[in-house]
Design a protein around this ligand. Structure first.
Ligand SMILES: [Mg+2]
Length: 241
């Protein structure tokens, strides 16, 4: 079970002192009724198993792809937040304050570089690289968050060049969140790095916008994030899937 330090602190009761570095609690705000999706992800059990299953399916698919394609001729594109990076501690901190998402608090969270790994991600990425594929990340984190994001990824074992080759953010403050133009750029970026003619064979994400709008010769694998953010791709987000 992954119970973040904040929950543990809150469960100790309102009289417990808040550890240094934890978000300030508003007076009287000791909620401890997390929204269902956040509680599900924070508890970890069913959520982690589901994520591992999806990544295992995606790895099996990549293995099949690899049998019919030359090395380095194919790629997979992953979203980052709630697909590779687990930000449930951010969400808990917001709910503890009785607040929702804001760009400012989110930016501050990204600079802490404390997101953890969504279970199954590392095995999937290792499998793709071992099978001869490329790994690319297309995220709606902003370019002002790119440095901290790469450091956060490295801290959890995902390094540029070894584990992934492309990380496409969007321009601060208001570049489109729509990803199609960046998806189209991935093969071109790999081409100028010496890998011509790469085809993207799979997209992995937690939102409906984590794959191209138009169908193509690729598969999509959906990570259930408990409906914490955006427009989830899970048909019925949350436990029991
Ligand atoms: Mg996401």
């Amino acid at each position: 079970m992954r119970f973040p330090a904040l929950i543990a602190a809150l469960l100790l009761g309102a009289c417990a002192s808040v550890p240094a570095g934890s978000p300030e609690l508003a007076p009287g705000a000791v909620p401890l009724t997390l929204s269902p999706g956040v509680a599900w992800v924070a508890a970890g059990e069913g959520w982690a198993e589901e994520a591992k299953e999806v990544f295992a399916e995606a790895a099996a698919y990549a293995g099949t792809v690899a049998t019919s394609r030359p090395d380095k001729s194919w790629a997979v594109v992953l979203d980052l937040d709630e697909t590779v990076l687990n930000n449930v501690d951010y969400q808990i901190s917001r709910e503890a304050l009785g607040e929702g998402f804001t760009a400012e608090s989110w930016h501050a969270w990204t600079q802490e570089e404390r997101a953890t790994l969504v279970p199954g991600t590392d095995e999937f990425i290792a499998a793709v690289n071992a099978a001869g594929g490329h790994v690319a990340f297309v995220t709606n984190r902003t370019d002002t968050e790119q440095l901290a994001t790469e450091k956060n990824l490295a801290a959890i074992g995902l390094r540029r060049g070894e584990d992934f080759r492309v990380l496409l953010t969007r321009a601060y403050p208001a570049a489109p969140g729509e990803k199609d133009a960046r998806f189209e750029l991935v093969p071109a970026m790999l081409a100028v790095q010496g890998f011509e003619g790469v085809e993207v064979v799979a997209y992995i994400g937690d939102n409906v916008g984590d794959k191209p709008k138009e169908p193509g010769a690729w598969e999509f694998f959906c990570i259930d994030q408990g409906a914490m953010y955006g427009a989830p791709c899970a048909t019925v987000p949350g436990p029991g899937q």
